[in-house]
Design a binder for this molecule. Sequence first.
Ligand code: ARG
Length: 586
Amino acid sequence: MAAPETALTERFQTAFASAFGEEHRDANPIIRPSQFADFQCNAAMGLAKRLGMKPRDIAQKIVDAVDLEGIAEPLEIAGPGFLNIRLRTDWIAAQAAALTGSDLGVPAAQSPQTVVLDYSAPNVAKEMHVGHLRTTVVGDALARTLEKLGHTVVRQNHLGDWGTPFGMLIEHLLEVGEDSAEAELLATDPNTFYQAARAKFDAAETEGPSADGSDFATRARRRVATLQGGDAESLRIWEHLVGLSKGYFHRIYDMLDVTLRDEHLAGESTYNDELAQTCADLEAAGIARMSDGALCVFPAGFIGRDEQPLPLIIRKSDGGYGYATTDLTAIRHRVRDLHADRIAYVVGTAQELHFQMVFSIAREAGWLPESVEATHVKIGSVLGEDGKILRTRSGSSLRLMALLEEAVAKARTVIDELRPDLSEDERASIAHDIGIGGVKYADLSTAHDSDYVFDLDRMLALTGNTAPYLQYAVARIRSISRRAAAQGIAPASAPLVENAAERALALELLQFGPTLVQAGLQYEPHRLCAYLFSLAQAFTGFYEASPILKETDPEVRAGRLALAQLTEQVLVEGLAALGVNAPQQM
Ligand code: ARG
């Protein structure tokens, strides 16, 4: 079975070769969905240029040469040389029949790749903010999608678990007591813990250092040094701190139905032992050089505001390493040890320059060969209704867990109203799927690099491009299936594709495979969302025009039931690729 674009492309390229010579076989037929037919072939303009002929003449030659026997009705030339393609309904029906019970038209990857996906990456002892919600949700959808396409995904959660804040965090933890209620905050409300430590540090800074060096700020600085020096006691407390934070992150991941587990943690600290080597290698290769006491790389083509070459500092003048050194070490590890064919970093747009510089240096050092693609999947901001970065009224960043709980509670009121007949447990589980699904889907349906306004009412609406709309479509088909089964009606072995609404729905179904490929390999989950929305709309159109259980002709009824069930499978599979659950009923 083949998606229409694939089948048509093959036939057109054969025609190009026979009409214009073998060297033109590779011309792109540019098959696009069209409002005038099912598809349009826009190859004539490009070929006309290549061949020095009029586009309409080229179009005529293509029409004469192309063999679409069995696939399409006779072609029509429109405008300057567009070719309108109307597929044969029996061909669509045969393709749709082939989707049933198979892989739903998802092509197995010709050459499976190893894709290293860097996503989520919250910072220890800090609240996961809504920005991390997006990097988590988008990254997880990409991981699931790429796995469905047959690629090997290596998840890397590049946790912020190292750096100067750990001095003050450790000192604060020692002061409140490692088993105190305040320490427990790290696992429930890390921001409060972080802010308490920060407040102590800032107060001590304002007061100035005490003569005996026992003030908080001085102790915190000393602690950073002993920690980085490998002091066993400091490391033990640091681990305790990281452990409590991990517990918090995993509760969020569970709540979000995200696939990240402990084994995917590869925090910044993982690379500590290799940072010196990274610097030494870059220096030996002549890529890094000393500048003002710091070891710097000036990658070609990066110019600062002052018109001077822009440095990436890889070793500070005090000997410390930072975020950039860690990322350079990580990229080397990902290619050399994890055997990445592609690496994607699902990280906020603000870090664009950082990644450009890291990629450029890694290429120069030979750690990132041209054959390995590295992509920064830029994540836009989540905004409040005022159009500014989402914050609580008090101005602090929002507690993610509280936000998710609110979403589930809101979904609960929706489902309580919709289905008072269901049991308490059933309603709780559906509310979870709708609430969490709604939040995740809102994130995924926006292009990842655009900003969006966080609006729970819109996310949970039963109409529009939302998870609840799609979940409702699935639940509706499942309810039809249950009623059919109760009446002893079985689906036909192949879906019925005859009238216009059935035909439109079947055409949508054929697009699942190509859309999934695009969403995965181009890192664009919002394409899959747009597709599922348009599929659900086509289903609504079909269901209005073509009754199922009320239909009296048993063959038609069974054929439509099969078409509806195929739609359900594609919707569920598509939502699963996004990490959104579809409840049995709504
Ligand atoms: N922890 C960082 C932050 O919160 C994101 C890390 C992204 N990944 C990476 N390899 N740099 O901004």
